[in-house]
Design a protein around this ligand. Structure first.
Ligand code: SF4
Length: 286
């Protein structure tokens, strides 16, 4: 939120909120926003930073989705395919009102197609107040809402806030705490605690698991994760997402050290086996 009496920073002319896909590289779009405004935006949630809006996604929740991709992430996943979303000020500064207006354009179509709105990232809960305002605004337009999160900042949401989120797409990166730390740079415990809290509150979860050869393909670990997920009782579906190289050019363009550049995606037979492990625990998995 800018200082009182000052207009909210706006995207530079020519920068569109809508992108063809999140794989468009976007950097420094909010670099001119003063640090004080960034801090104020985080404190009030009246303004947030978005990488882009994309439409037509079918893998980020039920039906056809409009997805808003936030910038800012507390993880540093070795396989991240959108490292340009790590830095909040790479995103476009957007007021809640402007983002809601953009979303409103799709409300009728989304209802007809039984789709909805997904807030993804980056990690949306880095800007949890903005995230909550936007999800609440979507609910106010009678749009189904989903939050795609690594869950680490789940405790920033109060129990009543969870009512603005119809579905949590919870990304669990690894079961083994040590591997999780190597893979993401962060502890797994807060993510699992958020999963347990969502379950206690009977909130629907879709679990997302990125399958990376040699990093997250240990079947014993996956079986333990599957047992945990099945025990939650509110996991409606598991999506096994094969690692891919579509974000490689971003690592190069950002001059980041991409350790997985020579890694091939997992073969379909391995994907099928992993899906089978989740199914064997009684979960619906794809
Ligand atoms: S949590 Fe998502 S956005 Fe953040 S580093 Fe991992 S893959 Fe990238």
């Amino acid at each position: 939120m800018p200082e009182a009496g000052r207009a909210a920073p706006q995207p530079s002319p020519g920068v569109k909120l809508e992108a063809k896909s999140p794989f468009e590289l976007r950097v420094n779009l909010g670099k001119d926003v003063p640090e004080t405004d960034v801090r104020a935006a985080l404190a009030t949630g009246e303004m947030g930073f978005l990488h882009s809006f994309t439409t037509g996604a079918t893998v980020d929740g039920p039906g056809v989705r409009v997805v808003a991709w936030t910038t800012g992430c507390n993880f540093r996943c070795l396989y991240c395919h959108n490292p340009d979303t790590w830095t909040m000020t790479n995103g476009i500064p957007v007021s809640v009102a402007r983002a809601t207006e953009e979303l409103g354009k799709y409300r009728h179509g989304l209802r007809v197609m039984r789709g909805g709105f997904t807030l993804s990232g980056g990690e949306p809960l880095m800007q949890h107040k903005f995230a909550l305002k936007l999800l609440t605004a979507a609910k106010g337009m009678d749009i189904h809402t989903a939050l795609d999160t690594n869950g680490w900042y789940g405790d920033r949401l109060e129990d009543e806030d969870l009512q603005a989120i119809d579905l949590v797409l919870l990304d669990i990166k690894s079961w083994d705490p040590e591997r999780h730390r190597r893979l993401t740079g962060m502890d797994i415990a807060p993510t699992l605690q958020f999963a347990e809290r969502l379950a206690r509150k009977r909130r629907p979860i879709w679990l997302r698991y990125v399958l990376v050869p040699s990093l997250t393909d240990d079947l014993d670990d996956i079986a333990k994760l599957a047992e945990f997920a099945a025990g939650l009782g509110t996991v409606e579906r598991v999506d096994v997402l094969p690692f891919h190289q579509m974000g490689k050019y971003k690592w190069d363009r950002l001059h980041l050290d991409y350790q997985l550049r020579n890694l091939d995606p997992p073969p379909q037979s391995v994907v099928d086996r992993v899906v089978g492990v989740f199914r064997a625990a009684g979960l619906t998995a794809y």
